[in-house]
Write a protein that binds this ligand. Structure first.
Ligand SMILES: [Zn+2]
Length: 295
């Protein structure tokens, strides 16, 4: 059975820490490097219910995509929800390791898993990593469907392929517009519109799209210059496929070393949005108020 330090070094080979963004906080958060590890749980968010799940399934290591302390801390006292997570993990002998923007940039990375879930054949990164001579690492991915389908069908494909969330999936664009080439970026991707436009794809799948960038992209798509249709899914859902990909990668490492690790993937929906109320059917335009009526 490997010790934690050996498993962490295998994970660092998959997602090198040096490729993380400067502002990021990746690597081992808690855990004793000399502790034997026989079981690992993968999840997107290091939240209380995921820590509880790690204890319940007997994991000795919890690997999450999102950092617990992105901005650092001077206390891990259990009087805050993050400190409580640290205490629960340590008390139960569970280590926590984070692979965030280093997993985004890796080959394969978070967006490869998203593209794969959607049935896209990946052509390459949306923003190639200039430090990678193979041209395979970087942010986002560009891929293509086997055959074009209308945007409405493609949106339904995304909704069916990703785990269900309260948010669901929404799209901006002509429902009949054909979609064959697609850019994807797991997590918040509205900072990559310029690169998506330059890629000349039919659609862009990501999360957390804000009104103004989305509105401008949608207007540009209808204008002479063209541009992609936008497909917006829940942040957690766009990154969750990475957990299965990561577990399979660690399984392969474990097989190679004869470690006999057990890997688990959390299926708990930790997207923070828990309620979705569809609007009542209405005319496309907001109803006008009666003249003279108070509004
Ligand atoms: Zn994320």
């Amino acid at each position: 059975m490997p010790v934690l330090a050996e498993v962490i070094s295998a994970l660092d080979a998959l997602w090198p820490r040096g490729t993380a963004e400067d502002w990021d906080a990746v690597g081992l958060v808690c855990g004793d490097p000399d502790t034997p590890v026989d079981s690992v749980l993968f999840a997107v968010d290091p939240v209380a219910e995921v820590a509880e799940e790690a204890v319940r399934v007997g994991a000795r290591l919890l690997v999450t995509h999102h950092p617990l302390y992105l901005r650092g801390t001077s206390s891990v006292a259990a009087d805050s929800f993050k400190g409580r997570v640290v205490h629960d993990l340590i008390r139960n002998g569970v280590a926590l390791h984070v692979a965030h923007t280093n997993a985004d940039r890796a080959d394969p990375g978070v967006s490869d898993a998203l593209a794969g879930a959607l049935g896209l054949r990946v052509v390459g990164p949306l923003v190639p990593d200039s430090a990678d001579p193979s041209g395979r690492r970087g942010l986002g991915r560009v891929g293509e469907l086997e055959r074009a389908e209308p945007l409405a069908a493609f949106t339904a494909r995304v909704a069916a392929a990703l785990p269900a969330t309260a948010q669901g999936v929404r799209a901006a664009g002509d429902p009949d517009r054909p979609v064959r080439t697609v850019a994807v970026c797991g997590g918040s991707g509205d900072g990559l519109f310029a690169q998506v436009r330059a890629a000349g794809v039919d659609a862009y799948v990501t999360a957390d799209l804000r009104h103004h960038p989305a509105s401008e992209a949608a207007e540009a798509a209808g204008f002479a210059a063209g541009g992609p249709a936008l497909v917006d899914a829940a942040h957690w859902a766009t990154e969750w496929p990475w957990c299965e990909q990561a577990a399979a990668q660690l399984d392969a490492v474990s097989d190679r070393h004869g470690w006999a690790l057990r890997t688990h993937v959390s299926r708990r929906v930790t997207d923070p949005w828990t309620i979705h109320a569809p609007s009542a059917p209405a005319d496309h335009d907001v109803p006008t108020t009666t003249p003279g009526a108070p509004n």
